[in-house]
Design a protein around this ligand. Structure first.
Ligand SMILES: [Fe+2]
Length: 338
């Protein structure tokens, strides 16, 4: 049975971090040997599997940087393997190349549907194989970096939340409520996803707000409030480091604006306030009202809605958004109880 072909049973696990790892999957030992020979010569760490099941076992233990797989195999074929890889958040960024036969139009269509990143025709041209692997590994390195940078910013946001016991779970709730509200008013997938991320990240800038202000059990002085307001600008600056977070930045910067221009940091008014930031503002207030804080007991949901309606009348919130939130709650689609 094919196994590691890197000179030792744990060679892959022990390999240097910057050497790209390739997993080749084929039920034909001759094909596997050829792939292994070509790619090992180019400096890759090559691991092999005889079918999709074995491949998934290897991926679970040690995710490769790229998977090259035959299509027709016993037990679990290449299409199913590809679908499994692409459906898990842990592995979906691993590029998958399907090696198809000349008459494989149908295989190709199935492969596209399963999320395959590229195709190679059998018998493959070694030069083409090398070029494809090289470019996909480069792409994978890039997405790894992005993933890593996003993970750093997300963990900053969680650090902020962890500093204040009273806001535990606040970001997760905002993420759920804001995306539900976005969906309720008919926003598309990209906006809903921005709201999901925005819920987690909206207060990331509080990382720079001192504990004595962030955790103060009482009203803030004017100076303290000025320092607190900075969290919107600092958060926006942190998120500007990543193109991936472009759609989240307006939420982070503007979630404390009010429709009449009395909010911060920019005093925007009316339609100048990005809609996603208005949505976050509404659910942020709702969550603050319905949870306990050092200086107050939580309000019940009806009282919180009364307060939001009052804010809409005062010209701070969009009444239609408040109505949509109330409707969402009536439908049982908000994650909290009364
Ligand atoms: Fe905030």
């Amino acid at each position: 049975m094919p196994g590691d072909t890197t000179g030792g049973s744990h060679a892959l696990l022990a390999g240097p971090a910057d050497v790209a790892r390739v997993l080749a999957v084929d039920d034909g030992p001759a094909n596997l040997a050829l792939l292994q020979q070509l790619l090992t010569r180019d400096g890759y760490l090559v691991s092999t599997a005889a079918d999709g099941i074995e491949a998934l076992e290897r991926i679970a233990v040690n995710p490769p940087d790229i998977v090259l797989t035959d299509v027709v195999m016993p037990r679990c074929d290449g299409i199913r393997l590809c679908r499994e890889i692409k459906s898990s958040p842990l592995t979906r960024l691993i590029p998958v190349v399907l090696i198809t036969s000349l008459r494989g139009r149908e295989e190709r269509l199935l492969g596209i549907e399963a999320g395959a990143d590229d195709f190679l025709l059998k018998p493959f041209d070694p030069h083409e194989l090398r070029a494809r692997v090289r470019s996909l590994v480069r792409l994978k390195r890039h997405t790894d970096d992005l993933d890593c940078a996003e993970a750093v910013i997300l963990s900053l946001a969680r650090t902020v939340e962890a500093r204040d016991a009273y806001t535990e779970g606040h970001c997760q709730r905002l993420s759920i409520m804001a995306s539900a509200l976005g969906r309720r008013i008919g926003l598309g997938d990209a906006d809903v996803e921005a709201l999901e991320r925005g819920g987690i990240l909206h207060d990331v800038g509080k990382i720079a707000v001192p504990d004595r202000i962030l955790l103060k059990a009482g009203p803030l002085t004017r100076d303290e409030f000025e320092a607190m307001k900075e969290h919107t600008l600092i958060g926006d600056r942190l998120c500007s480091e990543l193109r991936l977070l472009r759609s989240v930045r307006p939420i982070v910067r503007h979630h404390h604006e009010r429709l009449d221009g009395s909010g911060y940091p920019d005093g925007l008014s009316g339609g100048a306030i990005p809609l996603l930031a208005q949505i976050m503002g509404v659910v942020d207030i709702f969550d603050a009202l319905t949870t306990a804080r050092p200086y107050k007991q939580p309000h019940g949901v009806p009282r919180a809605f009364e307060e939001l309606i009052a804010e809409a009348r005062r010209g701070w919130r969009d009444a239609a958004l408040v109505d949509a939130l109330i409707a969402l709650h009536a439908e049982g689609a908000l994650s909290i109880g009364d």
